[in-house]
Every structure is written in structure tokens, then in C-alpha cells.
Design a protein around this ligand. Structure first.
Ligand code: HSE
Length: 426
């Protein structure tokens, strides 16, 4: 039986889950995979943590050099996170010819070309199923199961923390701050929640997923990013009354004008399958020209779900002698020929606070008209202390046109504020 030696760099939540699966399921993998997988080394500064997981002291390495020079280690699993130390360690492992499995979306989204170049030099494998959507096998689906398709779109809820927060706001009426606190209490959101709530995490994942979906390197700089910190619970409630659910959606689309890649709060119809993906769950919806629609749903984070993705890469790597790399030009800047569509078009939900007086509606609707923004629905929802809340749902219009229109609308003396502008996705 083929023997496979694994080293795990970092025994945090995901590293712990990976260690648990690899050790508890050793016999299972012998039976089902024909592989004898052994954790040969762990690299973890917190020795107490390692011992508490049942790691034998003899396999705790004291340096990356010890790991990469261990001839029994075939595959190095990096679950440290961030780009500093993790990048140094992954590079050292690849340079020494070890195959690397990583869950590190930031490292991968920022340095995939560089790491891949190192891997190629030594014919080493570089696997990254766990970088996107945790336990949901989306990378393998794109690489190994959807080759027959020209993928038209990929849309997903790919950040569990923000999905949890938005679900709390929608179903319990919590404010953003209250929902964030609860997410932190439950361990979904970090003490510094910026990466999740400002959409960076989803941006890293979308850049990886869209690169695979559209067969061209999509750099993070080309992803339009907005987080959820400005979302008002009132808009979630008003939207629901109008048939929409608010999600932090990652959208990749290929159209006539080019590729759209964007992460932002988005209203989707209540009967869209993504609308019922709640709490910390993730889901990805794909449209391929041969297969049509596909949706994958599951846990995007956590020790065992992410460990499941890592172990699947370990087993896959162990069964393959030849590794494949990105089938497209994979350099830091992507291919010059890749055409993006930053001025995408969308329907919009706009909420204005306006003076509750005669002729006000005519004033701002005429600005919409002059800018050729067609309104689908206009609704006055409340008037208090002489201020009315008005919601406008537009037909499709370009982003730049909408921005310009709202600048003009907010300059009107009858308009107190543009309270919200949220894109609506079909
Ligand atoms: N912080 C991520 C999330 C989990 O909330 O989905 C790992 O990517």
C-alpha cells in the first residue's frame, strides 16, 4: 500500500480539524483509498495546543527546515493564514519539492502565479480546494467536473460571517453592530472583523473562483469590492416587503462587454435558491453552457468542513504523480487581453429621505428621467416629522449613470439624504 507522509503547518482551528481527520480516519483511508496516510510532522509554536490534540511530542518540528528536510514528508499542509510566514514556509516547501496543500485564500489570491512557478520548477503539486467555500468541493467541481462547459456565471454566498450577520439582521431585526457582536461571541467573526465585513475574504475567493471559471487570471484589483458595514436593517426589511432578500453576493459574469467581478450587498428575489442560504452557510450557483445550472451548498468554514477539503486535496495529490497547473497565463497581472466590464449594469434599489411636501416627487423623478434612468417602482413608505422615505427600484442601468444620477439627486434641496443604493441581481 502506498505510504503518504503529511506535515501540518499550524494547528489552529483548521489545522486541528485536519489532524483529527487524518489520524482518526487512518484505517478508513487505507480501506477506501488504498493509502496509508501518516502525519509525520506538525509545526506549531504552541506545544500545549499540539499536545492537547493528541499529537506525539516526537513529531512536533521546531523549524520549517526540519519539516522540509524530512524525507518521510511528501505533502505539506499550510493552514497558518496570512501572507508573511505562510508565504515563506510554502515557498520553502515547494523549493524542496514537496507538494503543498493550502487553505490560505489571501496568500493564494495574491501570490498564486509566484507559488505555481515554484511548484512547476520541482514538479510539485499545489492544491487549494480549502481556499474557497470551506468544505464545499467547488474547486474540484470547476477543475475536474465542469470541463465540458463554457461557464457563463458564478454567483455565491462565499463568506459565512457576513451571511450570519445579514441573517440575524433580516430575521431578528438586529442592528449591524448587534449582529456583529453575536457573530464574534460565537467565533464566526474575528476580533478584527475587517477581512470578512469589508468583503476582502470574499474578494480573494472570487478572484480564485472566477479565474478557474473563466480560464483567465482574475486579479483581486479587478474585483469591485464593497462590504456590509453600511447596511441598514431598515433596508433589509423594506426589501423583504418588496420581495427581495439581501446577501453579500460574489458575482462573476461573462458578458458582451467583458467580465464582471464584484462583491457587494445585493438584493436577490426571495425565490432565488441563494435567498434561502442562511446563517453561516455558503453556496455557489454556476451556469455552464452544457450543464445549465448547478448549485453547491454547505459549510464554508470550521475545523472539520475545511479539514474535509484539505484532506481531499491530500488524498487527491497522493493518487496523482503528474500535477496540473492553471491552464491559463498565470502571472501577477493576468493576461492583457482579458476584458473587464467595471461599468456593469444592474437594477438598483434606492432609498431617499426627502421633504414631505408638494412637488418633491416630481423633482427627483425628473432627475432620474433626465439621466435616462428608468424607474420600475416608486414607493413612499413612511413620513415622520416632515421627512418621507421613498424607495425607487430602477430598471437596468449602468453603474456610472446611477452614480451620476444620485449625485444630482442628493444635490436637490428637497432631498435630505440618499440613504441606500443597493444593486438588485436577477
Ligand atoms: N472567515 C471566512 C468566512 C471563513 O466567514 O466565511 C474562511 O474563509
Amino acid at each position: 500500500m502506498k505510504k503518504v507522509g503529511v506535515a501540518i503547518l499550524g494547528l489552529g482551528v483548521v489545522g486541528g480539524g485536519t489532524y483529527q481527520i487524518l489520524t482518526e480516519k487512518k484505517e478508513f483511508f487505507k480501506k477506501t483509498q488504498g493509502l496509508d496516510v501518516t502525519v509525520e510532522n506538525v509545526l506549531e509554536l504552541n506545544v500545549e495546543r499540539a499536545l492537547s490534540l493528541g499529537v506525539d511530542k516526537s513529531i512536533i518540528a521546531s523549524s520549517i527546515e526540519e519539516v522540509v528536510s524530512n524525507p518521510n514528508v511528501d505533502i505539506v499542509v499550510e493552514v497558518i493564514g496570512g501572507v508573511g510566514v505562510a508565504k515563506t514556509f510554502v515557498t520553502k516547501a515547494l523549493k524542496s519539492g514537496k507538494t503543498v496543500v493550502t487553505s490560505n485564500k489571501e496568500l493564494f489570491a495574491k501570490h498564486w502565479p509566484e507559488l505555481e512557478a515554484e511548484a512547476k520548477k520541482k514538479n510539485a503539486g499545489l492544491f487549494f480546494e480549502a481556499t474557497c467555500v470551506g468544505g464545499v468541493p467547488i474547486i474540484r467541481a470547476l477543475q475536474e467536473s465542469m470541463q465540458a462547459n463554457d461557464i457563463q456565471s458564478i454567483k455565491g454566498i462565499i463568506n459565512g460571517t457576513t451571511n450570519y450577520i445579514l441573517t440575524k439582521m433580516a430575521y431578528e431585526g438586529s442592528s449591524y453592530e448587534e449582529a456583529l457582536k453575536e457573530a464574534q461571541r460565537l467565533g464566526y467573526a474575528e476580533f478584527n472583523p475587517t477581512a470578512d465585513v469589508e468583503g476582502f475574504d470574499a474578494t480573494y475567493k472570487l478572484s480564485i473562483l472566477a479565474s478557474l471559471a473563466f480560464n483567465t487570471k482574475i486579479t483581486i484589483d479587478n474585483v469591485h469590492r464593497e462590504g456590509i458595514t453600511g447596511v441598514d436593517t431598515d433596508d433589509i426589511a423594506y426589501g423583504r416587503q418588496m420581495g427581495y432578500t439581501l446577501k453579500l453576493l460574489a458575482i462573476g459574469k461573462k458578458g458582451e462587454e467583458g467580465i464582471e467581478v464584484r462583491v457587494h450587498p445585493t438584493f436577490i428575489k426571495n425565490d432565488n435558491p441563494l435567498a434561502s442560504v442562511n446563517d453561516s452557510f455558503n453556496a455557489v450557483h454556476l451556469v455552464g453552457d452544457s450543464v445549465g445550472e448547478i448549485m453547491l451548498y454547505g459549510r464554508g468554514a470550521g475545523a472539520l468542513p475545511t479539514g474535509s477539503a484539505i484532506v481531499s486535496d491530500v488524498l487527491f495529490a497522493a493518487k496523482h504523480d503528474e500535477y496540473f497547473y492553471a491552464p491559463f497565463k498565470n502571472n501577477e497581472k493576468g493576461a492583457a487581453a482579458t476584458k473587464y466590464a467595471p461599468d456593469f449594469s444592474s437594477q438598483y434599489y434606492v432609498r431617499l429621505a426627502v421633504k414631505d411636501a408638494a412637488g418633491v416627487l416630481a423633482k427627483f423623478t425628473s432627475v432620474f428621467g433626465k439621466n435616462n434612468v428608468s424607474m420600475k417602482e416608486v414607493k413612499q413608505i413612511a413620513a415622520e416629522d416632515g421627512v418621507a422615505q421613498v424607495i425607487i427600484v430602477t430598471h437596468k442601468t449602468h453603474e456610472t449613470v446611477m452614480k451620476k444620477t444620485l449625485e444630482k439627486v442628493s444635490a436637490l434641496k428637497e432631498v435630505e439624504a440618499v440613504k441606500a443604493c443597493i444593486r438588485i441581481e436577477e
